[in-house]
Design a protein around this ligand. Structure first.
Ligand SMILES: [Zn+2]
Length: 200
């Protein structure tokens, strides 16, 4: 397990492969937080346009919170339909990193692996080579904020099964549906606690 509050990893407690109901996993030995497995909740969707609009303002809200605690001053959307959404600039208007934020409706320990389109890994590596700046993927789970610093030298695990994330219509191509699979125990847990639920 990995503690959503302090980031402590206890290898003697396995993260379930696939949680189907809300359950209590364990209490963190380091900070005493009760750790829950909370599977992702299906939100009722009205229309695609409405969902996209709602999703974008929610995303802006999360971006604002992130920049309150982490490096950077201004977040700009990257041009076009890049697989990595945003660029961050400092107060001197210098590009400092590229990043993207994804919100999850499950808790950190609900699934052993977290996945997102493999195309983001390819694009991240391309960007690191092009600009020399780091690329981060931030995952906002219901109980914590976590981060991946994409490593140019790392071979990321490719899933075999295509999966169906919530894509915008123009992003629905077959290739993008091959996921990367990352063990949640390898994520960096951030100190941000805004919008984090502690009890379920
Ligand atoms: Zn802890």
């Amino acid at each position: 397990m990995i503690c959503p509050k302090c980031g402590f990893v206890d290898k003697s407690i396995d993260v379930p492969e696939l949680s189907k109901t809300i359950s209590k996993l364990v209490t963190c030995k380091k900070c005493g937080t009760t750790i829950f497995c909370v599977p992702s909740q299906k939100r009722r969707e009205k229309s695609t346009i409405e969902t996209v609009q709602k999703g974008e303002s929610r995303e802006e809200h999360l971006v604002e919170i992130y920049l309150k605690y982490e490096k950077g001053r201004i977040s700009k959307k990257r041009p076009g339909s890049s697989d990595i959404d945003r660029d961050i600039y400092d107060e001197n208007n210098e590009l400092i990193y590229h990043w993207e934020i994804k919100e999850r409706s499950n808790s950190l320990n609900a699934y052993k692996e977290t996945q997102f389109p493999y195309a983001k890994i390819d694009e991240a590596k391309r960007l690191i080579k092009e600009t020399g700046k780091p690329v981060f993927i931030v995952l906002k789970f219901v109980d914590c904020w976590a981060r991946i610093n994409i490593d140019l030298k790392k071979e990321y695990k490719k899933g075999k099964q295509p999966f169906a994330p919530r894509y915008r219509p123009w992003q629905r191509t077959k290739e993008r549906q091959i996921p990367v699979q990352i063990l949640v125990e390898e994520l960096e847990i951030l100190k941000i606690r805004d919008e984090c639920q502690e009890d379920f």
